[in-house]
Design a protein around this ligand. Structure first.
Ligand code: ELE
Length: 207
């Protein structure tokens, strides 16, 4: 369910959403982000290397909270738990996914994009939700509007967020943190530009 998730999200500020192609990039990348002040990391299960990356970070970087992203089904939940993820993030939600999440200890941050989806998740006890795709689904005005009738739900908006609009999301009373890939873009990882990633992480940390 969502045990222990609140504390992790409350202190996260900005959550880097990472696509790791090579497992050898996992530790230097995570170290660069932690050095920049970002220690809640979401590794998307979009690559072959993702689960090994989660394992490595969980094992070697105790200062980091490493979770999985792009969690789409029961199998992804099982693999996340086995790899040592401390949380899981899904872009949306299905009954099957939520049933599976109910049977494990690792908390899930499920995605919602409109009031009905938010309400369905709330019925199942999810007080923390990912608002995805944040910018495309209506951005700050949409989240602000949802906060009128549903102020008890706190969001981590993700998707289309960057240094220019992150602050506007973070200023909303129903936003607990924001997620994004901007501080660890694919080319920066590919070229092992760890110092640049630390600099961007620091900038994100101080937003
Ligand atoms: O993989 C998932 O589970 C997702 O839901 C998608 C991610 O949250 C976005 O890809 C991050 O968005 P950008 O910061 O716009 O790159």
């Amino acid at each position: 369910m969502q045990k222990n998730l609140a504390e992790v999200l409350e202190q996260a500020g900005v959550v880097p959403v990472l696509v790791i192609e090579k497992v050898e990039d996992a530790l230097p990348l995570a170290e660069a982000l932690v050095e920049g002040g970002l220690n809640v990391l979401e590794i998307t299960l979009r690559t072959e290397a993702a689960l090994d990356a989660v394992e490595q970070i969980a094992k070697h970087l105790p200062d980091a909270h490493v979770g999985t992203g792009t969690v789409l089904n029961v199998e992804d939940i099982r693999r996340s738990v086995d790899a040592g993820a401390t949380f899981m993030v899904s872009p949306g939600a299905t009954e099957q996914l939520l049933d599976a999440a109910d049977s494990v200890e690792v908390p899930l941050l499920p995605g919602a994009a409109d009031p009905s989806e938010v309400m369905r998740l709330l019925e199942r006890g999810y007080r923390y939700q990912k608002f995805f795709p944040a910018q495309a689904a209506g951005g700050v005005p949409m989240l602000k509007s949802i906060g009128g009738p549903l102020p008890q739900v706190k969001f981590c908006p993700t998707g289309g967020i960057g240094p220019n609009n992150a602050k506007d999301f973070l200023a909303l009373s129903n936003v607990v943190c924001v997620g994004g890939s901007w501080m660890a873009a694919a080319n920066l990882i590919r070229e092992n530009r760890w110092a640049d990633i630390t600099r961007l992480a620091k900038e994100a940390f101080s937003l």
